[in-house]
Design a protein around this ligand. Structure first.
Ligand code: CP
Ligand code: NVA
Length: 308
């Protein structure tokens, strides 16, 4: 069976735990090396990843390409707009053609149905590099960052402030798989996907939605924020106004535990979802989090190839 990684539950809790352990080991083994030097064991020697972007990216693009280099393989990056895909060639045909050239396909796209369609027709692993519905690769990096900073996942209290978006959906999914709780502070009308919430609750996670930001943040181990306007969304003054009570500032951080960490997947908008004092302050681990995209993705890649 071809392993696809469209959502975290495609792997499941045990595989995610294995990815985190693998990422910690491999990160330690190559500490201080030049970044383009392959890992000693070159576990994906000769493998090629096709990376297709329908939307902008800095971290996902660079971290996946460097991940393939470090694993001993390589990557081909293309913007969907420069492919025939952008002129109406079907996802199904693209999937079958690319499957003849490369060993795995990574896709960043708007509609989650596009990654599902790609996976249905590809004979090689397909990885979701962000859709409007979810961003599973980001959350493996986030969990790695949390664990690295000495916090155990079971029983963890994570608070999310702001829009109920793709990143939050994957956090909620992770909560059900890894047994932690999510306290969501968001305005009415911006709740995350109900399907993810239902499955996480079935998995044993406590997921609560609060209209009061301070109530959501109270006693949290982790505070997470993201842009109020995701790529491709209509922005507008109305949404910004709805979101403004959920800005993470020093007072809101003060509601969390004294050793709470601040996470943000980036790119950030200082002065909107988070104040400069918080995101550039001592509790912020955003650059460890960004670095961990690389280490986490190496383990995701090893998982899709059946090595974990
Ligand atoms: N966090 C994240 O996915 O960043 P990019 O959009 O830069 O890839
Ligand atoms: N929610 C954001 C995440 C960016 C990495 C977006 O979709 O634009």
């Amino acid at each position: 069976m071809t392993r696809h990684f469209l959502n975290l539950s495609d792997a499941g809790g045990d595989a995610i735990a294995a990815m985190l352990a693998d990422a910690i080991d491999r990160k330690a083994l190559r500490k201080g090396w030049p970044k383009g030097k392959p890992d000693a064991d070159r576990p994906l020697d000769g493998h090629v990843l096709a990376m297709i972007f329908e939307k902008s990216s800095t971290r996902t693009r660079f971290s996946f390409e460097m991940a393939m280099r470090q694993l001993g393989g390589s990557a081909i990056v293309a913007d969907a707009g420069s492919m025939q895909l952008g002129r109406g060639e079907t996802v199904a045909d693209t999937a079958q053609v690319l499957s003849r050239y490369v060993d795995a396909i990574m896709l960043r796209t708007d509609g989650h149905d596009n990654v599902e369609e790609m996976a249905r027709h590809a004979s090689v692993p397909v990885i979701n590099a962000l859709t409007d519905l979810s961003h599973p690769c980001q959350i493996v990096a986030d969990l790695l960052t949390i664990v690295e900073h000495g916090k155990a996942l079971p029983g963890l209290q994570l608070a999310w402030l702001g829009d109920g978006n793709n990143v939050l959906n994957s956090i909620v999914e992770a909560a059900g798989l890894m047994q932690f709780d999510v306290r969501i502070g968001c305005p009415e009308g911006y709740d995350p996907d109900e399907g993810f919430i239902g499955r996480a609750r079935q998995g044993g996670a406590k997921i609560s939605i609060h209209r009061d930001a301070a109530e959501a943040a109270a006693g949290a181990d982790i505070i997470v924020a993201d842009t109020w306007i995701s790529m491709g969304q209509e922005g507008g003054e109305a949404k910004m106004a709805d979101m403004s009570p959920y800005q993470v500032d020093a007072a809101l951080m003060g509601q969390a535990k004294p050793d709470a960490l601040f996470l943000h997947c980036l790119p950030a908008h200082r002065g909107e979802e988070v104040t400069p004092a918080v995101i550039d302050g001592p509790q912020s681990v955003i650059f460890d989090e960004a670095e961990n995209r690389l280490h986490a993705q190496k383990s995701i890649l090893r998982w899709v190839f059946g090595q974990l």
